[in-house]
Design a protein around this ligand. Structure first.
Ligand code: ZN
Length: 406
């Protein structure tokens, strides 16, 4: 099965190629990229898609995904914890909503149900339900007695042995990444972001056990000590890091070949803009969000200049920040972190693909055909990616999720 997409501009994950091109897909991979003029003629057994000058780009990668946080642009939930059957309906829907909005890969930052993301990732891979490629996780772990992110955690005993058990449980479940809540969360309990929820011994044990089990670690970390512990555990990705001082920034840079950073501003901006009804108090969230955005506006550009791989993705899934708006992060990177549109696109595609550890995030010969056809040029204006109607085609692994109209 071959698909030829012709008369297209291409953003390849790094830059916009300068003339009109064509891309040939065979099976699940890109087999050739060529100037439109030298594209093969339509042949039997080949599907030809007319680009009409639109822009082909890699599918986007959400680096901080919570598919079990219920709310999406299609359905808002006002409670955070859902009954098990409803949770499953929401997670399956959210996977499809994320793909519908141009995200062909997602790295989970933790789930609200145990085992649910493993089941979802398998169902997506088997083609039983539409969704992005998913690195699944399990319940976010914060230790016993700690005021972490409230997730109904059941494996929260203290000490290195407890955390080793948790890692081995995760391995048996078939997850890809463990989520450790190393810092508290100001938005939930003011002042708690300063708290460090794990000991050095626990984080060292987590790192060692995860390496042995072949699992990745994702960390929620705000302050220098939490960042230090996350790095010591060999975290694949650090979320937030808003209060990093110079030493913490240096430590992140020293680890930049192994560790990614996702500041996750989407939730902060949405909290600042939210106008909740009188019975919902978001004042702590707003204060915390304003403070973090101010710090990140300095931190993110400084780390980017030093070569840190910084990713988009931002805690979508709250009623005020529903799944489906994820592409907003690109515009936030432009508006608040000094990114050019092309740099924001690079973060959302090529760098995100590196986080996934898969041949995704680039339009490149031999790579997986996770591709979007955009009505317009996102290297001029990334805000167009927020309009689902302008995503004319969505392809994942060579299969069309959304067929372009003629
Ligand atoms: Zn999160």
């Amino acid at each position: 099965m071959k698909t030829l997409i012709r008369n297209i501009k291409i953003f390849d994950g790094e830059q916009l190629l300068d003339s009109e091109h064509a891309v040939l897909v065979e099976g699940e991979r890109i087999v050739a990229i060529m100037p439109s003029a030298s594209a093969p003629p339509a042949a039997s057994g080949m599907t030809v898609l007319e680009g009409n000058g639109r822009t082909l780009m890699p599918g986007m990668v959400e680096a901080h995904s919570h598919l079990t946080w219920g709310s999406s642009v299609e359905k808002i939930y006002h409670q955070f914890i859902l009954p098990a059957d409803e949770l499953k309906v929401a997670a399956w829907r959210n996977a499809r909503v994320l793909l519908d909005h141009g995200f062909t890969s997602a790295y989970s930052a933790g789930a609200l149900g145990d085992g649910i993301e493993v089941e979802l990732a398998r169902a997506i891979e088997a083609g039983e339900t539409p969704g992005p490629r998913l690195i699944p996780s399990t319940l976010e772990r914060s230790p016993e007695g700690a005021e972490g992110v409230e997730t109904g955690d059941v494996f929260n005993g203290r000490g290195p042995e407890a955390i080793r058990k948790f890692v081995s449980y995760c391995k048996d479940q078939g997850i890809g990444s463990i989520k450790l809540v190393v810092s508290g969360e100001d938005a939930l309990k003011p002042g708690s972001a300063k708290e460090v929820l794990y000991t050095d011994e626990e984080m060292e044990a987590a790192g060692q056990a995860a390496r042995e089990a072949g699992l990745w670690i994702a960390t929620h970390a705000y302050y220098p000590k939490a960042i230090e512990l996350a790095l010591k555990a060999g975290a694949r990705i650090i979320y937030h890091a808003s209060y990093a001082d110079e030493a913490a920034a240096d430590a992140m840079i020293a680890a930049k070949d192994a560790t990614f950073y996702a500041p996750s501003p989407g939730v902060s901006i949405a909290a600042l803009e939210a106008t909740p009804p009188p019975h919902i108090d978001m004042s702590h969230m707003k204060t915390s969000a304003a403070e973090r955005m101010e710090l990140e506006a300095k931190l993110v550009p400084a780390l980017k200049a030093r070569g840190m791989r910084i990713l988009i993705g931002g805690d979508y899934g709250f009623p005020f920040n529903p799944i489906g708006r994820n592409a907003r992060d690109l515009q936030i990177f432009v508006d608040h972190f000094g990114y050019s549109p092309t740099e924001a696109l690079h973060a959302a595609t090529a760098l995100g693909g590196e986080l996934m550890g898969l041949d995704v995030g680039r339009v490149k010969q031999g790579w997986l055909a996770d591709l979007l056809l955009i009505d317009g040029d996102p290297t001029q204006d990334v805000s167009i990616l927020q309009d689902k109607a302008r995503i004319a085609m969505i392809m994942k692994g060579g299969a069309l999720h959304k067929v372009p109209s003629a």
